[in-house]
Design a protein around this ligand. Structure first.
Ligand code: ADP
Ligand code: MG
Length: 661
């Protein structure tokens, strides 16, 4: 007796529906994608009870003829693909002809549609995929689909739905993605009768981001544009200081389709390495544009997963674009002055680089929209930014022209001595009345700061190291002194800059350490140092001896709970040995396994931290110069863990604070 039989088509439809329609969010995604494919310029999405009781999507797209309106709900019925050759160059978001069939199989549907250029529309009613009513209808050109009682006929699926609030949140994410993917389309989103957002549909990516993601992200975001002629990357990223505790604000789009891609995510995060705290993730809205035949979007029914033909090139394009956007970032953290009126105001950037936004979040008026950056991303990109800032620097700047005016550092806060410049760059920066006699003989040049270390990529996809950046000219500056034994005060152009000396020095050392070959970093100790540790720490370290050696540490079992340390990374003293080993053991415990890049950097950061000048302790002004210059050259912006190292006050802000202007 045969036990195998073909499934009833209705059951097969329900199974297939499960793949496309998992929850309300997937229904909304499919319907909005259909509207986008239909060339709509305006789309309204409404949901009630998280989309479980009602989803309505209205568009002004091409609409359907009465004949097509019925066919559209059949499985594998599509107008977007004719034959197998078409699969290689999909230019639409849909192509599988499954969504409407799947959605209608598990809900009640009302469709109202009128084909563009025709006089009359049609209204259809379907229950569980079966057409129950059809009549002519007077309606505007375009399509409205109303989906009611989702999963009413699949109790098994219904059981797995979360609370309406959670499903509603899922829908919001789906609409957000659709809206960000097509800034040229105005998308309005209403939840339980309340408008959540409406994008202007002007094509300007920044105005769209502002409408959807809100002011906080839009105000601080950095433009990113780059890639190769074959793979264009454009969009916006956040400064490291604004990173989030999760990846929910990372939006990637490929040819207008929202995608999930570990490769692209890795490229993004790689560019931020050493600018972020562990556990912090960058926010971004990044659009990748490439030939459709260079990517396979037919990996999963939801079509959010993709396979790239040239993975390495895609990684590279994203990595380099983000890195240069970060490097072109203006080094101005947010500050708020007590009398500033506005809270946490970021220092204004030139209009061409940063968009200006109105104060209210929703529905920004078209008049205040910034220039269309989506249309010409190159112009507002990072290269333009850095080129611009270079222009403002004096030309024919001598390589290093310093007048070192060393005075005894006033090490305590509130020193009665008038503050005089301790170190200036360029003689002409000295106040004219500065007496010649105070200028001591030129001191030996402290070692100049290293260039930024090349950022390694995660295996297996390694980007080539970034080309060495040309040495940025040094603007004229003078060091005024130190506050609280922690912050170096520098006057530079029209700014007063406070530099966290420990954080900045730590970063400088970290970059320098990273440039070394690990094995050659160690220095043999004159007398071996015996270090007492926890039994567990000791065991863990012994198990990772190879890693220790790689980091320049040589340590052996010395019986009991002790290790004998014979070699430490250069710059470390025997007194640092115990702390260093404990830190290392803690890093290993946190799961950063040897061989991964994380633990190396973590350890190097620990080393740099231990070797850097300490906040709260007086330090020699000579030590400040390389730190200050690295900051002014833009080589140091964040400590290895992502804390900003500078705070800037403009002359104007200070004057304003004193009511001088
Ligand atoms: P696919 O999008 O993969 O083609 P769907 O089941 O989502 O499959 O849609 C089937 C067909 O119905 C589409 O190919 C399109 O011709 C038509 N259609 C669906 N939604 C709309 C819409 N909003 N406006 C115009 N035509 C639509
Ligand atoms: Mg579709």
């Amino acid at each position: 007796m045969s036990v195998i039989h073909r499934l009833d088509p209705h059951v097969a439809d329900l199974i297939a529906a499960g793949e496309v329609v998992e929850r309300p969010a997937s229904v909304v995604k499919e319907l909005v994608e259909n509207s986008l494919d239909a060339g709509a310029k305006s789309i309204t999405v409404e949901i009630q009870r998280g989309g479980m009781s009602l989803i309505r999507v209205t568009d002004n797209g091409c609409g359907m003829s009465p004949e097509d309106a019925g066919t559209a709900f059949l499985r594998h019925a599509t107008s977007k693909l004719r034959d197998e050759y078409g699969l290689e160059a999909i230019g639409t978001l849909g192509f599988r002809g499954e969504a409407l069939a799947a959605i209608s199989a598990v809900s009640r549907i009302q469709l109202l549609t009128r084909l563009r250029g025709t006089d009359e529309g049609v209204s259809l009613t379907l229950e569980a995929g079966v057409e129950t009513e059809r009549e002519s209808a007077g309606c505007p050109e375009g399509t409205t689909i109303l989906v009611k009682d989702l999963f009413y006929n699949t109790p098994a699926r219904l059981k797995f739905m979360k609370k309406d609030v959670a499903e509603g949140a899922g829908v919001t994410v789906a609409v957000t993605r659709c809206a960000l993917s097509h800034p040229e389309v105005s998308i309005r989103y209403l939840k339980d009768g309340k408008e959540e957002f409406q994008t202007p549909g002007s094509g300007a990516a920044d105005a769209c981001i502002y409408a959807v993601l809100g002011r906080d992200f839009a105000k601080t975001m950095l433009p990113a544009a780059g890639g190769s002629p074959d793979i264009r990357v454009s969009g916006y990223i956040c400064p490291p200081a604004n990173a989030k505790g999760n990846r929910s604000s990372q939006y990637f789009f490929l040819n207008g389709r929202c995608i999930k891609s570990q490769l692209v995510q890795a490229a993004l995060e790689q560019a931020y390495r050493n600018s972020l705290f562990t556990g912090r993730f960058p926010m971004c809205v990044l659009h990748i544009t490439m030939k459709p035949n260079q990517v396979d979007v037919n990996v999963h029914p939801a079509k959010t997963e993709v396979r790239f033909l040239q993975e390495r090139s895609v990684f590279d394009a994203v990595y380099r674009t983000v890195l240069s956007a970060l490097q072109g970032e203006t080094v101005k953290p947010q500050i708020s002055l007590p009398d500033d009126g506005e809270k946490a105001e970021s220092v204004p950037a030139p209009a061409a680089e940063k968009p200006v936004f109105p104060p209210v979040r929703k529905s920004p008026p078209a008049a205040v929209r910034p220039a269309d950056t989506a249309a010409a991303p190159e112009k507002s990109g990072p290269s333009a930014v850095s080129a611009k800032s270079r222009e403002t620097l004096p030309s024919n700047m001598p390589e290093i022209v310093e007048q070192l005016v060393f005075r005894q550092s006033s090490r305590s806060y509130g020193s009665p001595e008038p503050v005089k410049p301790l170190i200036t760059h360029r003689a002409d920066y000295l106040p004219p009345e500065a007496p010649e006699a105070e200028v001591e003989p030129k001191q030996p040049e402290p070692e100049s700061p290293p260039k930024a270390a090349p950022v390694p990529a995660p295996e297996p996809v390694k980007p080539p190291p970034a080309p060495p950046a040309a040495e940025t000219p040094l603007p004229p500056y003078r060091i005024l002194g130190e506050a609280f034994n922690a912050y170096i005060l520098v006057e530079c152009g029209e700014e007063l800059i406070l530099i966290d000396k420990h954080a900045a020095h730590e970063r400088l050392l970290f970059d320098r350490l990273k440039q070394h070959d690990y094995p050659s970093m160690g220095q043999l100790l004159l007398a071996p140092e015996v270090v007492e540790l926890d039994a567990e720490d000791k065991q863990r370290l012994l198990e990772n001896e190879a890693l220790l050696r790689e980091l320049g540490i040589e340590a052996e079992d010395f019986g009991g709970n002790s290790l004998v340390v014979r070699q430490l990374p250069s710059g470390f003293t025997p007194a640092d040995a115990a702390g260093l080993l404990e830190e290392l053991s803690a890093s290993l415990l946190l799961g950063r396994r040897p061989g991964t890049l994380g633990i190396r950097d973590e350890t190097l950061a620990t080393m740099a931290c231990k070797a850097a000048v300490k906040a709260g302790k007086g330090s020699d002004p000579l030590e400040w110069k390389p730190v200050v210059e690295a900051v002014l050259r833009g080589q140091v912006k964040y400590c290895p863990h992502g804390r900003p190292v500078t705070m800037r006050l403009t002359h104007h802000q200070i004057d304003r604070n004193f009511k001088r202007c």
